[in-house]
Design a protein around this ligand. Structure first.
Ligand SMILES: *[C@@H]1O[C@H](CO)[C@@H](O)[C@H](O)[C@H]1NC(C)=O
Ligand SMILES: *[C@@H]1O[C@H](CO)[C@@H](O)[C@H](O)[C@H]1NC(C)=O
Ligand SMILES: *[C@@H]1O[C@H](CO)[C@@H](O)[C@H](O)[C@H]1NC(C)=O
Ligand SMILES: *[C@@H]1O[C@H](CO)[C@@H](O)[C@H](O)[C@H]1NC(C)=O
Ligand SMILES: *[C@@H]1O[C@H](CO)[C@@H](O)[C@H](O)[C@H]1NC(C)=O
Ligand SMILES: [Fe+2]
Length: 448
């Protein structure tokens, strides 16, 4: 027999405690823990920069990176700030940031981070960005990777150690969620990523799973660059751009279009910034050097999944703008400034589109590969694995070139100004490549 009274009191107890039995809180709060953890790198604004970010649970007053090419013989100090999580425990931690500058292009550096008084991390290494635009950067790209069911994580850890990638692009939705369990889930996630992110720059954009407390876990713990390389992290993490070899990469927030309670103004600010950034990237001297303009944002404009997500609607907010007024939509902007590729996630699946604008497929001169496509190419890659598992597909649509529901991630390499290569790795099929394609462009001028 079921004792309904007992069950009811359990339900009340759990809702009062937020589902979490915090019996040991006082001890946890008073714990003293100085050891650097959650070490991760990000590209600076300039090629000679690299940013090292880490966390200490107790306030360590020094933020130091010791580094060097042959020996660890240089030392540089940075800054720190205390992050107070919005959960009921108001847990706090110190986030340390050090900007390494004047790095020798293409050289490998060893480093550790921490403090000579309170202790050092392990020794890690990274390669400084090669000089100029004539190199061929290699990326792993995915979204929607959580602590639990992190299907792609082991392979990405292996491949990073084997030197497969220059950088990782995480297209939103981390940890599930960074704020869960008084931000302990976020702490665990950053430690899971350390075998990747302490070795190659980990570049990000926010997703819906970062929304809690106005995206403050995400804003406080990453260190994305601003335009001139003088400020890292904070609001920069929400939208920024960076040059990597022949690529101009733009990262932005689709979440401004969905979480209105944090303010409308951010949509306007971001839109204006995007237009200025795209204009500048399209100045003839810039586009000639870095012809590939690639965007990353979390929620796609198009998808063929069987759910009620906005990308299944004709008037997707990211695509056509705010409901009813239809302003600040990004499809027109990206088309106008001839964006080559748009990277998305959010749907826990992989989908590649034919060149598309306003629901019209521009097949143009298509034969495999895409040759001088007449509209941007969208890729949705949100299947790296999380506790929400898969998002199954609905009916196939004319704009979908390929789709798969395997767990996995995307590899991208910009060989040169004309050749951009992609392949899709399946973790369900033991690392097999289930889709691959080239985008070949003689010119990157206007689509119309
Ligand atoms: C951080 O947490 C410690 C331990 O609970 C507390 O003593 C300290 O005041 C907190 N600092 C901030 C800035 O909230
Ligand atoms: C949320 O954060 C953004 C940027 O970090 C800020 O501009 C905005 O005012 C904040 N909104 C609220 C309601 O705190
Ligand atoms: C986009 O398509 C819609 C519906 O077919 C049409 O009403 C609209 O005028 C088109 N917009 C542009 C800019 O072509
Ligand atoms: C685009 O071209 C491909 C390859 O020829 C073809 O399979 C596909 O049906 C075409 N799509 C549209 C909408 O015309
Ligand atoms: C660009 O890279 C592709 C693929 O490696 C190669 O076939 C092509 O010749 C290269 N073009 C130039 C100008 O180097
Ligand atoms: Fe999402």
């Amino acid at each position: 027999m079921i004792n309904w009274n007992f069950l009811a009191s359990l339900v009340i107890f759990f809702s009062l405690t937020d589902g979490y039995l915090n019996l040991g809180d006082t001890e946890i709060l008073n714990e003293v823990y100085y050891q650097p953890e959650q070490v991760h790198l990000s590209y600076g604004a300039r090629p000679d920069q690299m940013v090292v970010t880490w966390v200490t649970m107790s306030p360590v007053p020094e933020s130091v990176v010791e580094y060097g090419i042959y020996k660890i013989d240089s030392s540089v100090s940075g800054t720190s700030s205390i992050f107070v999580d919005g959960g009921n425990l108001r847990r706090n931690m110190t986030v340390h940031r050090v900007v390494l500058e004047k790095l020798t292009p293409g050289k490998s550096y060893k480093y550790h981070c921490g403090s000579p008084k309170y202790g050092w991390s392990d020794i890690f290494y990274f390669t400084a960005m090669p000089e100029g635009t004539k190199w061929s950067p290699r990326f792993a790209i995915f979204g929607d990777l959580g602590n639990e069911n992190a299907q792609s994580l082991p392979r990405l850890q292996d491949e990073t150690m084997l030197g497969f990638y220059d950088s990782i692009l995480h297209v939103g939705d981390f940890a599930y969620d960074m704020a869960t369990d008084n931000a302990r889930v976020g702490d665990a996630f950053f430690n899971q990523m350390q075998p990747i992110a302490a070795y190659v720059p980990y570049m990000t954009c926010p997703g819906n799973h970062e929304w809690q407390y106005n995206f403050s876990n995400y804003v406080s713990k990453f260190s994305m660059p601003n335009g001139d390389g003088t400020k890292f992290g904070g609001d920069n993490n929400l939208f920024y751009s960076i040059n990597i070899g022949p690529i101009h990469l733009i990262s932005f927030s689709t979440e401004f279009y969905y979480f209105f309670d944090f303010g409308f103004k951010q949509i306007v600010n971001q839109y204006k910034w995007l237009e200025e950034d795209l204009k500048s990237a399209n100045l003839p001297e810039n586009r000639a050097l870095r012809p590939w303009i690639i965007t990353m944002g979390h929620r796609p404009m198009y998808c063929t999944n069987a759910n009620k997500d906005d990308c299944t609607n004709f008037d997707d907010r990211v695509r056509t703008g705010l409901p009813y007024v239809q302003t600040y939509g990004l499809e027109d902007l990206f088309y106008k400034y001839a964006v080559d590729v748009e990277l998305w996630a959010h749907e826990h699946s992989y989908e590649r589109l034919w060149p598309i604008y306003n629901y019209t497929v521009y097949n143009g001169s298509y034969e495999k590969p895409y040759t001088n496509p007449k509209a941007p190419i969208h890729i949705v890659t949100g299947s790296a694995g999380c506790k929400e598992n898969h998002n199954p597909f609905g009916p196939q649509k004319d704009f979908c070139a390929f789709r798969a529901n395997d767990y996995g991630y995307t590899r991208m390499q910009a060989f040169n100004n004309t050749h951009l290569y992609f392949e899709q790795v399946s973790d369900d099929k033991n690392g097999k490549i289930i889709d691959n394609f080239w985008i070949i462009k003689d010119k990157h001028d206007s689509y119309f």
